[in-house]
Design a protein around this ligand. Structure first.
Ligand SMILES: NC(=O)c1ccc[n+]([C@@H]2O[C@H](COP(=O)([O-])OP(=O)(O)OC[C@H]3O[C@@H](n4cnc5c(N)ncnc54)[C@H](O)[C@@H]3O)[C@@H](O)[C@H]2O)c1
Ligand SMILES: O=P(O)(O)OC[C@H](O)CO
Length: 336
């Protein structure tokens, strides 16, 4: 399928990655009985989805449609006419390299930036899957709420207007409303940076630093997201939309966010290593913080909050010193 030929909406979706978000997206698309193929890395997830219509490992308490067929073989996705890629960014390159050949569009649903390459998911997909139409799906979307059918709005971005419209029509449901955009990099930057800022807000909560501090972090964090985004060609309206500000507000105000919860633990004085050991779920912001901080430094973009989160996660500073460093920066005009 090429960008030019994509006028009809895909009907048979495949979902690559059966963590909480991949499972919730599979359920969204299969709730009406439509067939969905779900690739899971874990044999116990494949067995539970197929036998019990459940994924207790990553999305406990969700009842799944029997029309979701799980598999541990990427080759089984060859017949799907669109694939949602929902693998955490640190593992995405390895999985995309093993997709079966084809020209079905890829909808990139993960939020982060790859270490060393400084690549976003669209960069990885362009390099490994040339010729496939690409789209980005990002916004304020806790997986368990989407799986439960609660009202949700999201950004669906694709450069090609025909691809964006066809995919938006195909994934829209009465309670799930995609807003079309053509700014893929803006949607990806919003999702990646809000994860880092959610850790910062969790730290403030865990350390009992108050609601004024949280509001300041959301606002000044959004300024960082905007500086970084505009420098990389993102549109201001995307960053101020669902994929940026919308998701920032969601994850900076709720312990349901894994990133916020990680920050809360750090704020209470626990170490990042102990908080991240033994966990199966990801807090993408912990991976992305040092990567985005390094990319910003390389580009000469000022991102003090992101930098502080990176150093706190790495155990290179303590909360008191990080807060003191942020507050003692030279006074400056708000617009910068
Ligand atoms: N959970 C949500 O509410 C939500 C919502 C929107 C976006 N996202 C984003 O979706 C992406 C996936 O998150 P999730 O919540 O579905 O994951 P999760 O934390 O629920 O599960 C972890 C996932 O990582 C996979 N994984 C672990 N090690 C791996 C490896 N070596 N190779 C390949 N895969 C491996 C597991 O199979 C599993 O699918 C992340 O980028 C996240 O930011 C999550
Ligand atoms: O639980 P988090 O922090 O990974 O956030 C999940 C989603 O990204 C919310 O939109």
């Amino acid at each position: 399928m090429t960008d030019d030929s994509m006028t009809s909406s895909p009907a048979h979706f495949g979902v690559v990655g059966a963590g909480a978000w991949g499972t919730a997206l599979a359920q969204l698309l299969a709730a009406d009985g439509a067939p969905v193929r779900l690739w899971a890395r874990e044999a116990e997830v494949v067995a539970a989805v197929n036998a019990d219509h459940a994924n207790p490992l990553f999305l406990p308490n969700a009842r799944l449609s029997p029309s979701i067929a799980a598999t541990d073989s990427l080759a089984d996705l060859a017949s799907c006419d669109a694939l949602l890629i929902v693998v955490p960014v640190p593992f995405m390159r390895g999985v995309l390299a093993n997709l079966p050949a084809g020209d079905a569009p890829l909808i990139l649903c993960s939020k982060g930036m790859e270490a060393e390459s400084f690549a976003f998911p669209i960069d990885i997909a362009r390099a490994l899957c040339p010729g496939r139409p690409l789209a980005v799906l990002a916004g304020p979307t806790f997986a368990k709420e989407v799986a439960a059918g609660l009202p949700t709005a999201i950004t669906l971005a694709a450069e090609d207007a025909g691809v964006a419209d066809a995919l938006a029509r195909a994934i829209a449901r009465p309670h799930f409303r995609p807003y079309v955009s053509h700014d893929m990099i803006g949607a990806e930057i919003g999702g990646a940076i809000k994860n880092v800022l959610a850790i910062a807000c969790g730290i403030v909560e865990g350390a009992g630093l108050g609601l004024n501090a949280r509001a300041a972090l959301i606002s000044r964090g959004f300024a960082e997201m905007t500086r970084f985004g505009l420098a990389r060609g993102a549109h201001a309206e995307t960053l101020a939309g669902l994929a940026g500000l919308g998701d920032l507000v969601l994850t900076c105000t709720s312990s349901n966010s894994r990133n916020f919860a990680l920050g809360e633990g750090l704020g209470r004085g626990e170490s990042a290593a102990s908080l991240m050991s033994d966990r199966r779920s990801v807090a993408e912001g912990a991976f992305s913080a040092p990567v985005i901080a390094a990319a910003a430094r390389a580009d000469g973009i000022d991102m003090p909050i992101t930098d502080a989160v990176a150093r706190l996660v790495a155990g290179e500073t303590c909360i008191a010193d990080a807060i003191q460093a942020l507050l003692s920066r030279p006074l400056r005009p708000e617009g910068r």
